[in-house]
Structure formats: C-alpha cells, structure tokens
Design a protein around this ligand. Sequence first.
Ligand code: FAD
Length: 385
Amino acid sequence: MKAIIIGAGMGGLCAGIALRRIGHNVEIYERVRDIRPVGAALSLWSNGVKCLNYLGLEQQVRALGGQMDSMAYLEGHSGQTMTAFDLSPVYNTAGQRAYPVARAELQSMLMDEFGRDNIHLGRAVTEVWQEGDTVFARFADGEIVSGDYLIGADGAHSIIRSHVLGEVLPRDYAGYVNFNGLVAIDETIAPADRWTTFVAEGKRASVMPVSEGRFYFFFDVPMPAGVAMDRSAYKDELRQQFAKFAPPVQRLIDAIEPERTNRVEIFDITPFNTWTKGRIALLGDAAHNTSPDIGQGGCMAMEDAVALAISLQTNTLGVEDALVRYQNRRAPRAGEWVLRARRRAAETHGFDMAVTQQWYDGLWKEDGSRIMKGLLSNIEGGPLD
Ligand code: FAD
C-alpha cells in the first residue's frame, strides 16, 4: 500500500509513523521548507501522550514533557488563589501523565522518528483526485505523484477538505487573540510544577512548565479580529490589557521576548461528518479545526492517526471501507470536542460577563473535583481506551 500524506504537522507526522508501522509505504509532502509551528508549546493531555506511547515514542515524549503536577486558578487582580489542586487523580485515572511540550521540539522529534528522507519539504499541493483505485496529487511546480490512498493533514486552511466536501467551509472567529511563547521559569510568577492561570475581565494569563526549566505562557485577550499589530507593540499591548493584574503577571510581561512571541487570532470550524471521498481522507485540523480552549486539537490529531492505522489494519473490505469506518469512529468525538471548546471559549472570555462571573464565582468554591471530571471527560474514550 502506498500512502500519500499532505502536511507534515503533528497530525501528518503521527499518521506517517502509524501507517508505516502497519507496513504501508508512506511519503509526506509539506508546503513550507522550514516548518514553524503557530504556537510555542502545547499541552499533550494523557490521551495524546498515550497515542505517542503507542507509536513507540514513550521515552522521547517523556523527555520533552514538563513536570505539571498541579493546577491553580488565581484571581487576576489580587493574585489570590481561587482553587489549587493536585492533578494526580487525573493521571491515575487516565493511566498516563499529561506533558506540556515545546512545539518545535515535538515537531523535530516526530520528523526524526518518521525519517526526514521521506518528508518532501517545499511541496505545495494544489489539486488532488482519484482515477479508479489510484489517487493523484499535483504540486505547485506541476509535478504529479500517485498512491493507493491520500491523507489530507493540511491543517486549518486545508485544500483537501475543500476537495472532499466540494466547498470551502468558513472559519468562525472565536472572539479573542492568544499571545504565547516561552520564558525561563521564575517562581515569583508561579510554582515551577504548576499550571497557573490568572483570570479577570474575561482575560487569562497562564503559565505551564515545559522541559529544561521553561514556562509556556499564554495570554488570552478578547478583541475583534483583524486588528493590525506590529510585534514591537506586543509588550505595550499586554501591559495595557493586563494593567490591573497582580505583580506576578507584570513580571511575566516583563520577561517575554516580543521577537519570540506569537500572536494568534483564534478561529474554529463548525463540525462536519464527511471526512472521506473515495480513497482520500482528512485528519487533524483539516478534519476538525478547534479553538484551543480545552487543549485537545493536537491530541485529537494524534488519536486520528492511531484510529486511521487501526482501521486500515483491521478492516479487510478495501481501503475506501476502512477510511469510512475511520471517519465514522472519529467524526462524532472530534466534532463534540470542537463544540466543547467553543462553549468554553464563550464561558471564560467574558462575551457575556454575567456568565464569566458565574464561572469565576464557581472557581472560588472549587476543590478540583469538578475541573478534573471535565478534564477526564475530554481525555477518556479515545482509540486506545
Ligand atoms: P498543522 O499543524 O496546521 O499542520 C498542517 C501542515 O500542512 C502545515 O505544516 C502546513 O504547512 C501544511 N500544508 C498546508 N497546506 C498544504 C498544501 N497545500 N500542501 C502541502 N502542505 C500543506 N492542541 C492540543 O492538543 N493542546 C494544546 O494545548 C493546544 N494549544 C493550542 C494553542 C493555540 C494558540 C492553537 C492555535 C492551537 C492549539 N492546539 C492545541 C491545537 C493544535 O495546535 C492543532 O490541533 C495541531 O497543530 C493540528 O495539527 P495538524 O497537523 O492537523 O495541522
């Protein structure tokens, strides 16, 4: 079986590793020459880590992962703790810790594992089609490759999605901008082993530990889409937006390096259930573009990769049948997670301040059990449970 994968993000690379493990001959084609992920880091929850373990990457992902033992919400202005709790009940129930990881390191680890010789960089696909039992992809330079099936892991702006659905789906603005990056751990900002989030005014300032003594930080700022902003203005913007926040947040803003800070307008796509057309299927953000509000977009891409390989390995009625079974297995779960993230974005970002205030009020009364139940409900039920 020859598989063509379009896109060498975490979804395409995990799919490549998974499909090669079942004996398929895999080539990955990636538009850019130098992959620069949109964010500095991400949290791999237990379900995502388990997929990497399944792909034989247990030691590698553990080496990249930060020591996130506990979690806390602090009232943004006063810095007072609203709730703080140990995350081990989540890890023990799930059977695996979560690992916050630097994206560039995850990307590099996955490329090494798949093998860089079969990742063709600087190859932008412009068109895909199927003739009989063969799929074809044409690149911007006019070259055409063929295979037995094709996986569109080409991200949020997927052109393979448009081929599968026959239309270009609109992306919906989630109502806020996310600034993110990495800083050295500073315990005057937050404890080194804790995911700490300061909340007020519908805004969030958050840090979580990744490896080598670094915090992944992010700030969520509700604002309209399309506001032009020069990198040199990031710090002033954050100082102004978080002017009333407590001293640790001011120290965090002082510590960030604008040249290495990302500013991302957050969008998602209303879920859809058609992920395949013949021998062409979608995976990762191409299939389910979510806001990051439950930290599951990348984990879902990893679950897709594992589920795809299992379906192709265990179903014997042909590739098209196996791809439909993969779609039917994955689309309801991934779609529900997009909607959960969307609801959570609305709850936490002050679009209706009464709703967000109710969430804040709840945090003061929280002993961790409700939040951990929510985390587990996102984690459990994947292809390896
Ligand atoms: P991508 O990473 O977008 O990769 C797609 C690749 O396809 C790209 O390299 C692109 O260049 C290539 N490509 C596109 N078009 C073409 C073409 N025509 N030809 C060839 N190649 C093409 N997820 C989590 O699990 N946990 C988190 O904590 C988390 N935090 C997040 C925070 C933010 C701010 C954001 C924006 C997202 C977050 N996510 C998180 C989501 C996660 O980043 C995505 O779900 C994940 O990157 C999707 O991977 P992918 O491989 O499907 O897509």
